[in-house]
Design a protein around this ligand. Sequence first.
Ligand code: ATP
Ligand code: MG
Length: 416
Amino acid sequence: MSKLEKVRGMHNIPIEETHQWSHVLNFSEKLMKSFSYSEIRLPIIEYTNLFERSVGTETDIVNKEMFTFNSKSKKSLTLRPEGTAGCMRVAISQGLLDKGPQRLFYSGPMYRYERPQKGRNREFFQFSAEVFGIESMTAELEVFQIIETIINKYKINDSWLEINSLGSEEDQKNFSKALQSFLKPLKSKLDKDSQNRLEKNPLRILDSKSTETKKILMNAPRISEFRSKDSTTNFSLLKNLLSDFGIKYKENENLVRGLDYYNDAVFEWKSDSLGSQNTFCAGGRYDSLAKKLGGRQIPAVGASLGIDRLIIACKDKYKFPLQRQIAVIVLDRNFLKQGNIISEKIRLNFPSTAVRFSGLNINLKSELKRASKNNFNFAIILGREEVESSTYTIKDLDSERNYEKLSEEELISFLK
Ligand code: ATP
Ligand code: MG
């Protein structure tokens, strides 16, 4: 029979990596709570029109990256490609937006039908923060502070923050028109993707990777020329705040996002260790999303951290602490009870230590070999002599040294 394979682009995380994932998620969750954010849990499946109305029908995500299928009752459903739209949907339907500013976070898998490569999967994991109901730049600032704390914690010292302001919805429309008129006569010189975007989503041409297109863009109209007075003032204010708080940034006038709902501030953190998929965190302000989804106008800011890419970016930089592991080995089936009791005592005294009781596997040599191979730190051995004298032998598996005849008390203080 042929072997069953994993679905292309789905991501199973190998067990050697899962402790890194838990570490990042635990740290981020605690951090969010320390900033007084509440966790919200969202469904993975949504009605397709949620994303059409928010992310936008002319974006790559909605156009070609969604996993869409029909329910049995012929309703179009989609595996969420991102979380912001679902989060806003819930906030509107539960009336959260009427209860004053909301600071929310969530994490989970997202699905996009893309070509799998380093840092790009069809199933990937995001950790996201969303702030609803705060008009001032302090919302952006708070999100920056949070993401910077995570970046510093995981020592991603080859990363940098890029920011831009897309201006208001109106500014974006005017700029898009100008860009379109400028590029139309040059259409044949643009790369294929950009040619396709010219009619429907010209703004996205700005982040084309083609050198030829980039060259043409050097003489194109600039977004800053189209920003309204308010947006310009707000952007200056944000940059001043960033400088005041010692957060370094690069301004990138070509930074646009792949989703339609953004206005004013947009931002991305990039790292040199990621290759061509170099953005590992991205976000921006999206003051019009609530209205697009049937709510009232509510200012909003959010950022999404790609955990898959963060794990790649901190490789060889941050040393994830390993859990201490102890193997308890009995040399006779009559000592099962004693073995079990001491295992429980150690678990109680050291809740973050992993204690594996060998049970009825009473071959000392093979148990020690297995423990060493699995990076256990200590083995506690219970043979006849130990049981008769109520003592324990403990072996340091790194140094291979034995410590014999320890009383229970001595054993516990040894492990301290
Ligand atoms: P890209 O330009 O790399 O396609 P994006 O702009 O589509 O990214 P966002 O929608 O901003 O990505 O998602 C936020 C973050 O989620 C990204 O910065 C990245 O870390 C992660 N991400 C997005 N798509 C993928 C994917 N297909 N595989 C792995 N991570 C992803
Ligand atoms: Mg993408």
